[in-house]
Structures are given as C-alpha cells and as structure tokens.
Write a new protein. Structure first.
Length: 475
C-alpha cells in the first residue's frame, strides 16, 4: 500500500524530521536483518524518541488501519523485522536512555534502544553486570533482546533474557500504554513470560526493568583442543556428568577456527578439529579443583591440549574470537545462513553427524558453532548468494537440520526466534490446537493484526512482496 501525503505529515509531526527515514537509498539499510535470504523495503521508517511518541505513532497507524513492523538494532537472524508487505517500520534506535540504576535492589530501568553491553558498562564500577550476553551484545539492543528472548554463551548457568527481566513497558498496537512488573513472587498470569519472546507480534517494547548481578569473585576460562567435533561433543556431557555447572561451554569446529584465527590471531592450533571453551565462575575456593575435573573430562575424550587463560587479556581475546566468529566467517564465504536448533546435550554427537550428511548431500560447506552446554547448535551454511541453485539448497539444508533437531527431541530455535525463516516448521513442532491457542493469545494483544503480521505463526504469505537473491546481479 502507498501512504498518502497527509498521513506522512501527521507522522512527521510526531517524530520530527530526525525521526523519519524516506528514500530508496536510506531505506535499503532496513530491508532485512541478519537473515539475508529474504529482503523487502518498507515505504517509511519511523524512529520515535520517546514512549509517548511511540504511543502517538501507533494511535495514528491504528486509526488509519496501517500495518507496521517493530525493529530494534536489526541484529536478529530469522527475519523477525522483515517489512514484507508492511509499509511502516517503527524502530527504537533513538530511545537510548538508562532511566535509573537501583543498586540497592540490583535493577536498572532502560529504554528499548539501549545497547546490551552498555548496561554492564554503566554499573561495572560498582561490581555489577547484566548477565545475558548474545554474541552481538556490543550492537544488539534491549528491546530486541526481549522480543527474541535472546540467549548467549552464558545461558547454561544464567539463563536467557526472560530470567533477567523484572518489568516491561510496552505500547499495544492501538496505542495503549501497558506496564508489567514483577516485584517478587509471580502472582496471576505470567505476562512477562508471554511478552518476552513474542517477536514483536504483541506490541512495541519501549523499556525494560532488568536484573543486575554481582560480578563473580573468580573466573577461570579453559580452552580444550580436540581432533573433531564428535569428541568435543562427548566431552560436554562428561563435564556435566562430573557434577559441574560451567558458566559457559562453547564449541567451534575447524572451519570456524580457521576464520577466527585469521581475524584475531588468538593462537588456535593449526590442526585443531574443534575447540571447546569452558568457563567456570564463582568463589575462589574450589575453582582450581573444578578446573582439574574439566581437564580430566576433556582428556578422557581425546583432547590433545587443555589450557587455562593466563590473565584477563588472554581471556578477553578468547571470548572476542568466539563472539565475533560470525563476522569472521566473511573471510571464507560471500554469504552464510545460520541456524539455531536445539537438541538434548546427550544427542549432540548425533546432530553433528546429521549436519555432516546434510552438508555432503547438498554439496554445501557447513561450519558449526555451539552453545554446547545447553545443546544449542549453530550450523553456518556457507554459500554464494549470486547462485540461485545454492540459495535453494541452503533453504532445504537448513530445514533438514532443524527437522532433525525436532526428531531428536529438541526445538527449531534456541534463541534466534521463528520470524519468517522457520514458519513452515511450526506445524512440525506444534499440533494445530497449540498453534490455534497461540493465535488466540496474540489476538488478545493484537486484535487488528496490524502489528508485525506474517511472523511466527503459519499464515498466507502469498501477498508479501519478498525478494530472494537471484542469479548474477540479483538480490
């Protein structure tokens, strides 16, 4: 649909010239998130500077019957903010205030556009930090983190975003302002749980009250080198079986190691088939003994080397290598598509073998990263986005891997969400009654269907204007 001049003027009056993005060149930035297989430009991007401006914008759109898509920093990787067939995008990037920090109650209230890492930086001098740490934490924002229920390497011990959200401020699609807060034990329905992870389909999150944690007294980060991913996968189960609960257990295979070593020069062995990063934290007393048990578990599965980061500088470089691995993959391929299926930890070796079979069957290179401690697998399917045949095989390969995760008792998403990418798999993951219950719940918050339509739940997407990478010159 084309927006008329009158509605554009009313919207500009609300957000100001600095809060409105128009023009083909400027809008190209907003045509996709990290899921680049599908692209579509909105007609207009609005960047409100306050909750009141968000409320007024949504009132205007609701009155005119105009659908819209919320967007955070655009770091998502499932097409959750794809504006296909949706004329207006409402972004939160100008809402960057940390409203309050309450150390007595270990909490902070922040606006949706606050970058994840900035919360930890703001309280670091007081010995606190914000635990959820997506790999994109230096760029991703809290509104998007809440919408996707983002995880990260330290999910194993500290949980996902939901476990650290104490309250939310959001604007419903008709412009109504809603505040949800949990000041202690949960009473009544868990509205925080409903909204967190709803992928922008229930309204626009404008602020969150988040939990702050005290920094642990001591941290030990170990790097174990294995001949292959299978051995590293088995070591993960052995570490848990030894009675340990690491803060994080991250795995990278040989292809990922090649890319990050070229990018950051940590010093990974040239012949490593896979590495496992194991981080332990807590009290100083007993930490050395726990490290010994990790070493024993890794060596029991064939680790050729297990070493502990000597100081904070080495630890920081190791984590930099892991958290920026996605960006480093550009050294190996012009494009890649990442998945985030989940399997029970004990079945990691099986999904590793399945990924290898899928790679061979579709003649595609697939690198593998894992939040191995909680069974969250990130296959990175490498391809040339100018080759339409490869694009088609990437989609098939991704669906096969995620389908296998379901068959192994897991899930199609551990943290990236459904967006548009995995809608077709929802009918495999849930029966029709469950899907209808989700649709009914969404309708309570979003009865008009104007807020982020065609996302998460199966629906008719035939009217959506989506472009996929085509032959040379396309995409």
């Amino acid at each position: 649909m084309l927006l008329d001049t009158a509605i554009k003027k009313r919207l500009r009056d609300i957000v100001g010239p600095e809060g409105m993005v128009e023009g083909a060149a400027a809008l190209k930035v907003y045509e996709c998130d990290g899921y680049t297989l599908e692209k579509a430009k909105p007609e207009l991007v609005l960047l409100p500077g306050s909750t009141d401006e968000v409320r007024r914008v949504l009132c205007e759109l609701h009155g005119a019957g105009i659908p819209f898509v919320p967007r955070g920093a655009g770091t998502g990787v499932s097409g959750g903010c794809l504006p296909a067939g949706i004329p207006v995008m409402v972004g939160s990037s100008r809402m960057r205030r940390i409203r309050s920090i309450d150390l007595d109650n270990a909490r902070a209230e922040v606006e949706a556009g606050v970058v994840n890492l900035e919360i930890s930086r703001a309280v670091a001098e007081h010995g606190y930090y914000y635990a959820p740490d997506p790999s994109s934490q230096s760029a991703c924002t809290i509104g998007g983190n809440v919408a996707e229920n983002s995880g990260g390497p330290h999910t194993l011990k500290y949980g996902v975003t939901l476990n650290h959200v104490l309250g939310l401020e959001m604007v419903l699609p008709d412009g109504e302002l809603l505040r949800i807060e949990n000041n202690g034990e949960q009473v009544g329905y868990d509205l925080l749980g409903i909204v967190t992870g709803s992928e922008g389909t229930l309204g626009v999150i404008t602020a969150a009250i988040v939990k702050l944690l005290k920094k642990p007294e001591a941290v030990a980060t170990l790097l174990a080198v294995f001949p292959g991913v299978l051995e590293a996968s088995r070591a993960v189960s052995d570490i848990i079986a030894a009675g340990l609960l690491p803060a994080a257990m991250e795995m990278m295979d040989a292809m990922v190691i090649e890319a990050v070593e070229a990018a950051y020069g940590f010093g990974f062995p040239d012949d490593a088939g896979a590495v496992l990063i194991v981080e332990l934290d807590g009290l100083e007393a007993g930490l050395d003994a726990a490290c010994v048990r990790v070493v024993q578990a890794c060596e029991g599965q064939g680790a050729s080397e297990v070493r502990r980061a000597a100081d904070e500088e080495e630890r920081a470089l190791l984590w930099k290598s892991r958290k920026r691995a996605f960006g480093a993959m550009g050294r190996l391929t012009p494009a890649y598509c990442t998945q985030d299926g989940v399997v029970p930890r004990s079945r990691l070796p099986e999904i590793v073998e399945i990924i290898a079979e899928v790679s061979q069957r579709h003649s595609l290179r697939i690198a593998t990263l894992m939040h191995a401690g909680d069974g969250n697998v990130h296959p990175l399917i490498l391809y040339d986005d100018k080759d339409q045949s490869q694009v088609e095989h990437v989609i098939m390969a991704g669906n096969e891997i995620l389908g296998a995760c379901l068959d192994l008792g897991g899930s199609v998403s551990g943290e990236h969400g459904i967006g548009v990418e995995k809608i077709a798999l929802m009918s495999q993951a849930f029966d029709q009654e469950a899907l209808q219950a989700m649709a009914d719940l969404r309708a309570v918050f979003n009865p008009s269907g104007l807020c982020n339509p065609h996302k998460v739940l199966p629906s008719d997407r035939s009217c959506m204007e989506v472009k996929r990478p085509g032959p040379r010159g396309g995409g």
